[in-house]
Every structure is written in structure tokens, then in C-alpha cells.
Design a protein around this ligand. Structure first.
Ligand code: AP5
Length: 221
């Protein structure tokens, strides 16, 4: 299955994609995680991307397209993938189409995780992420708190707040989504491949909804 996962920043894409990966063994490709890894490692791509990410702007298309197309060419992604955070612009969507067409593939589905703006602001402001790059478990200070404040339940590392989860960056990210990424959802909508799924409710409730949609599309565990 070749899937694109869309939704406002903080809609729960990363949380749900990890669960879908565990359930269906589908390869999860998160462009946010890929960019943050390059920033942490100080690669040339990371250095170029860092100022955009920190203030909540989109990283230029040329950087993102090259990075994603290269990743999709790796052996584990050839049979299918769940693409989380890409495409976010029309240019990225068209580049993905060209790359898939060149390999004789098309997208099977685009899932839009639907959550209101005020809910995502609350989710992002309270998000804490494990600082261990090999873990990166996600928490929320109120709704999904760790057992020991500030420490990851899985590995005990310190929990951090992302720079782009500060109020001004959250505002910019929401603007970018409404201005650019909603157009991409409309573009896929004209092809009849979009399934809108409510992201409101507990993590487990949303996971069950997504599982049903994917099973109906032919995914099996
Ligand atoms: P990226 O990391 O993709 O950020 P995003 O889309 O803004 O998504 P988030 O990771 O913030 O949220 P999410 O939907 O994954 O929610 P999560 O599961 O964490 O991108 C970061 C940056 O990289 C971009 O701003 C841009 O600069 C750059 N970038 C990446 N891709 C790009 C591209 N294609 N083009 C250009 N630039 C690009 O959940 C959020 C919180 O809510 C957590 O605390 C979680 O615990 C909690 N939560 C989740 N589900 C629930 C629930 N059901 N109930 C209660 N709380 C919940």
C-alpha cells in the first residue's frame, strides 16, 4: 500500500502512524523526523532547513523533494509506505506523482486526519517528546502524561519541547497548512482517493477508526 497521511500540525499523524506501523508493519516515513535528524546531525541539508523549521515555515520544495524521492527508492519502501508530512505543497504533490509514475505506481489512498484548530493548538502546546533520538516517544503534559514528570516511560530519557511548538511557530504552521497544504488535499480530492477520518477522541479510538479505513482499502496485518 502507498499511503499519504495529511492533517494539521498536531492532528496526531505521528502518534497514529507509529501505531499503524506496529499493526500493519507498513513503513512509516515522516519528513518532520527526517529533517529533525539532519538538523541534529548537522548535515548540509539540516543546516539549510533549521531556520525554516524553527520558526514554523515550510522547508523549500527542492530540499524536501530530493530527500523524499531518495528515501522512497530505498529497498524497504519499494513495496509500500505511509508518508507522514509530505506532500505539503502542490509542487511536492506533482513531484511525488512523477516519481511514482516513473516506477509504475500510484497512490492507493490519502488519509486526512481531521481535527479543529483549537484542539491542535492545545495538543502542540502540551506536547513533550523523548530526547533520545532512538525513541522519540510522544507525550502530552495533560492528556498523555509520562509516569514520572519530564522522563520518558520507555527509556527514561529527558522529555523536551520542540522549538516549533512555541506559540508563534504554532501560529505560522497552522497558517502554512491552511494556505498551502489544504490545496494539496483538494488536489487529491479530485481523484477520489481521499478518506477523511476524525482525529478527535482518545488515541485508541482514532487508531480503531484508521484501522477500519485501511482494512477497507485492502491493508492486512
Ligand atoms: P512535522 O514534524 O511533520 O510537523 P507537523 O505536521 O507540524 O506535525 P506534528 O509532528 O507537529 O504533529 P502530528 O500531527 O504528528 O501530531 P502528534 O502525533 O505529534 O514537521 C515539522 C517541520 O518540518 C515543519 O513545520 C516544516 O518546517 C518541516 N517539514 C516537514 N515536512 C515538510 C514538507 N513536506 N515540506 C516542507 N517542510 C516540511 O501529536 C501532537 C500532540 O498531541 C502530542 O503531544 C500527542 O501526544 C498528542 N495527541 C495525539 N493524539 C492525541 C489524541 N487523540 N488525544 C489527545 N492528545 C493526542
Amino acid at each position: 500500500m502507498r499511503l499519504v497521511f495529511m492533517g494539521l500540525p498536531g492532528a496526531g499523524k505521528g502518534t497514529q502512524a507509529k501505531l499503524l506501523h506496529e499493526h500493519f508493519r507498513i513503513v512509516h516515513i515522516s519528513t518532520g523526523d527526517m529533517i529533525r535528524e539532519r538538523i541534529r546531525s548537522g548535515t548540509p541539508t539540516g543546516l539549510k532547513a533549521e531556520p525554516y523549521v524553527a520558526c514554523g515555515d515550510l522547508v523549500p520544495d527542492a530540499i524536501m523533494v530530493d530527500m523524499v524521492i531518495e528515501r522512497l527508492g530505498e529497498p524497504d519502501a519499494r513495496a509500500g509506505f505511509l508518508l507522514d508530512g509530505f506532500p505539503r505543497t502542490q509542487a511536492q504533490a506533482e513531484a511525488l506523482d512523477r516519481s511514482l509514475a516513473a516506477a509504475g505506481h500510484t497512490l492507493d489512498a490519502v488519509i486526512v486526519l481531521d481535527v479543529p484548530d483549537d484542539t491542535v493548538v492545545d495538543r502542540l502546546s502540551g506536547r513533550r517528546t523523548c530526547g533520545n533520538p532512538n525513541c522519540q516517544a510522544n507525550y502530552h503534559v495533560r492528556t498523555i502524561p509520562p509516569k514520572i514528570e519530564g522522563k520518558c516511560d520507555r527509556c527514561g530519557s529527558t522529555l523536551l519541547q520542540r522549538d516549533d511548538d512555541k506559540p508563534e511557530a504554532i501560529r505560522r504552521r497552522l497558517q502554512q497548512y491552511h494556505r498551502q497544504t489544504e490545496e494539496v488535499a483538494k488536489y487529491y480530492g479530485t481523484r477520489g482517493v481521499v478518506s477523511k477520518v476524525s482525529g478527535v477522541g482518545s488515541v485508541e479510538m482514532v487508531h480503531q477508526r484508521l484501522r477500519e479505513v485501511l482494512v477497507n482499502k485492502g491493508c492486512s496485518a
